[in-house]
Design a protein around this ligand. Structure first.
Ligand SMILES: *Cc1c(COP(=O)(O)O)cnc(C)c1O
Length: 712
């Protein structure tokens, strides 16, 4: 290949999807980080780096800890932790060493660990950056990147070992940079956990290839970290195509489709950033590096972030240690940054899961089958493990409810729903031509109250269907009373199981107790497909009816004659691509939710004015909501805003804060004397704590301490 065509090859301007609008710049940064995460393919397991051995020595005023780290991606590798000797002897009153701000040091491709740490005289004057930063008052952790020295020199025959390694990674669809970044993310946790380092004040330093690793590490951490990057600046086309200085390990394969190097630095905003480059660096062009720095500066400005520290220096392919030390001293001086907020909801997919979804979407696009195809069939099959009953996929939970009520035939008649449920339960009855009437709830399992139901059945003798709802994922033991009352009157039961995928009552799964069970796969629910729903029924004839309703009421499959006013209530293959991946991980979702709930049970034991809702022992809840009751004079809105503003903690939405009878649309659906006292008490007094599989124990502790602080 000619050089000219190499240049042309690299000259593809990135065409990333750019969300617009007021939040555009922040959304672009988030989207770019997500792409980097996918290209780097760093899975949570890759970050699990452990210390397997350590030896401490003291020399020339530095305490040196030689560590062996074990990473799942590449086995054992060396690292050295340095700190000023006096900081380890200078102890606080409790006898603990005083932690110093920490810096993770990532050297260039040819840097040896002993050079970085000053154990042997540096081969370049500024190579011993880890030692210099330690002398300046930081605890540093320097990593041996392990490129070079492992392959048989005879077979290598002079070829570059790093390049061979990079090609081997490429064969597997992974990358050397991704592997190095995984190690660095793990090492960052090792540094934070070290008693000599202050977990809340850590930064990243990288030189050359190490700067690329540090940049990608910073892009994949969950909190903004100060980064000093030396001798790695410019545009990828210039570095690789014009200067031919690119080293395989320094860029992610495919990155240029999404972003150029300056865009990656820009995506770090608002994290503090120092960029150092030398005017005599043979591996970069000063004008190109300057232009890159300018574009980063502009992006920081646009993001409203503090200006990055750009240093154009009269040096070669090196580092200016004094400027680096000043940068970290400035940026790590303050109190630890406020921890990231705990959101009410977090929908998260691992990189491997995202890739599987994309593979399935790609398969659908390649086959041209975009709706009601093999993925929908697979989705239906997977749900059966959790419902114990055959199901038909539909477009949404509300479509499922409406179709069930149309199949039952409620037009012109009454449908009884609990007074405390989502609007969609009752609205489906109206759309199916029925009249929604409300029944009070019981406060044990939060289900429809059987006695109140019997009263309502007498009052509304034209009742065509009863729709109990499994609030918060709890199948109430009182449901048996509801089923019995309905059986006596010969009235079919439709479970609104939108909250309850995977929940059980004794041995019976949600969706198996009535004639129909309706589920939603909306993103906030426990299982999700983006948009989607499911209707279960043990009667094959009912499911055949459902299939006709969902497809415009065709009188038979493939027929062009229609025998009912059906709708477009189909699930697309693209939604099923997501839904199948989510169902394949559902066992883990469920056990994570249950163990987090058990952890809350323990943590909340002695929080004043707050009582976790006791889930009845027969109910196997999926903990769609972790519910608790506020006792005493606590105002819920005030509590919620204080938790948000003072602690960064957001509570999940209530189920529900308004009763159906209080919505303007249902103003006329309630008669005099219908007061629903239990539903009203519940609506007013409960809260829901954040609970989702990616919630950590640390976050749970923060939630509970915030509650304790506000309620004491
Ligand atoms: C979410 C929900 C629905 C509606 O589901 P969609 O998929 O949004 O249509 C119905 N009932 C209850 C109780 C719900 O929580």
């Amino acid at each position: 290949m000619q050089i000219s065509s190499l240049r042309r090859l690299l000259d593809t301007p990135p065409a990333p999807y750019a969300p617009s609008g007021p939040a555009g710049s922040a959304a672009r940064r988030t989207a770019l980080r997500a792409r980097v995460e996918r290209l780097a393919r760093v899975e949570p397991a890759h970050r699990e780096v452990r210390v397997t051995a350590s030896t401490v020595t003291v020399r020339d005023g530095l305490r040196r800890e030689d560590l062996t780290l074990a990473s799942p991606a590449r086995g054992a590798f060396r690292a050295v932790l340095l700190s000023p000797e006096n900081s380890s002897s200078e102890t606080s009153t409790e006898g603990e060493p005083t932690p110093l701000p920490g810096v993770l040091v990532l050297g260039g491709k040819n840097a040896r660990l002993d050079h970085l740490t000053g154990a042997t005289p540096p081969d370049h004057p500024d190579r011993d950056i880890a030692a210099r930063l330690a002398r300046a008052g930081f605890t540093t952790l320097a990593l041996d990147h392990g490129i070079g020295g492992g392959l048989d020199p005879d077979r290598l025959a002079g070829r570059d070992e790093g390049a061979l390694l990079a090609h081997a990674f490429a064969l597997t669809g992974h990358s050397l940079l991704g592997a190095l970044t995984g190690d660095a993310l793990g090492a960052l946790e090792v540094l934070r956990a070290h008693p000599l380092a202050d977990a809340g004040r850590t930064g990243l330093f990288g030189h050359s290839l190490g700067a690329a690793v540090a940049l990608h590490t910073a892009l994949l951490t969950d909190r903004p970290l100060p980064l000093c990057a030396a001798a790695h600046l410019g545009s990828y086309p210039a570095l690789y195509g014009r200067l031919l200085t690119g080293f395989e390990g320094a860029a992610l394969p495919g990155v240029l489709e999404h972003a150029d190097l300056p865009d990656l630095y820009a995506a770090l905003a608002p994290a503090p950033l120092q960029l150092q480059y030398g005017t005599r660096d043979p591996y970069l062009e000063t004008a190109d590096a300057r232009a890159a720095a300018e574009s980063v500066r502009r992006a920081y400005e646009e993001a409203g972030a503090p200006e990055p520290d750009v240093l154009e220096l009269p040096m070669g392919h090196g580092t200016h240690p004094v400027h680096a030390a000043e940068f970290f001293a400035r940026e790590l001086a303050g109190a630890p940054a406020h921890p990231a907020p705990v959101p009410a909801q977090r929908v998260r997919f691992t990189v491997a899961e995202r890739r599987t979804v994309l593979e399935r979407v790609d398969g659908a696009l390649a086959s041209g089958v975009l709706t009601q195809g093999p993925l929908v069939a697979r989705f239906e099959e997977l749900t059966r493990d959790w419902t114990g009953t055959p199901g038909t996929a539909v477009a949404s939970g509300s479509a499922a409810l409406e179709i069930a009520l149309r199949t039952i035939g409620v037009a012109g008649r009454t449908v009884l729903v609990p007074v405390n449920t989502f609007f969609a339960t009752a609205a489906a009855a109206v759309r199916a031509g029925g009249r929604a009437r409300f029944v009070d709830v019981e406060l044990d399992g939060l289900g429809m109250d059987p006695d109140a139901l019997r009263t309502a059945l007498e009052r509304w003798p034209d009742t065509a269907a009863v729709v109990p709802v499994h609030i918060g994922g709890i199948l109430s033991p009182a449901l048996d009373g509801v089923l019995a009352a309905c059986a006596e009157h010969g009235i079919p039961v439709l479970e609104d199981a939108a909250h309850a995928f995977g929940s059980t009552l004794g041995e019976r799964p949600a969706g198996s107790l009535g004639r129909f069970g309706a589920f939603s796969f909306f993103p906030t629910k426990v299982a999700l497909s983006g948009e989607g729903g499911l209707l279960t029924s043990a009667a094959p004839g009912d499911l055949e009816d459902v299939r006709r309703w969902r497809d415009h009421g065709k009188s038979a499959q493939g027929s062009t004659l229609h025998d009912r006013p059906g709708g477009n209530w189909r699930l697309s293959e693209l939604h099923a691509a997501l839904g199948t991946v989510d169902l394949e991980r559902f066992a883990r979702t469920l056990s994570a939710r249950r163990s987090l709930a058990a952890h809350y049970d323990t943590l909340l034991k002695d929080v004043p004015s707050l009582r976790p809702h006791p889930v009845p022992p027969e109910a196997g809840s999926n903990y769609y909501k972790y519910l608790a009751h506020l006792d005493g004079p606590v105002d819920r809105d005030t509590l919620k805003s204080r938790l948000r503003e003072r602690h960064g903690v957001r509570l999940a939405g209530e189920v529900y804060d308004h009763l159906l009878c209080d919505h303007p649309y249902f103003r006329d659906a309630t008669g005099p004397g219908e007061l629903f006292p239990r539903g009203r008490w519940f609506a007013r007094h409960h809260i829901a704590l954040p609970l989702y599989p990616s919630l950590t124990h640390e976050e749970q502790i923060r939630v509970v301490s915030a509650l304790r602080c506000e309620l004491s």
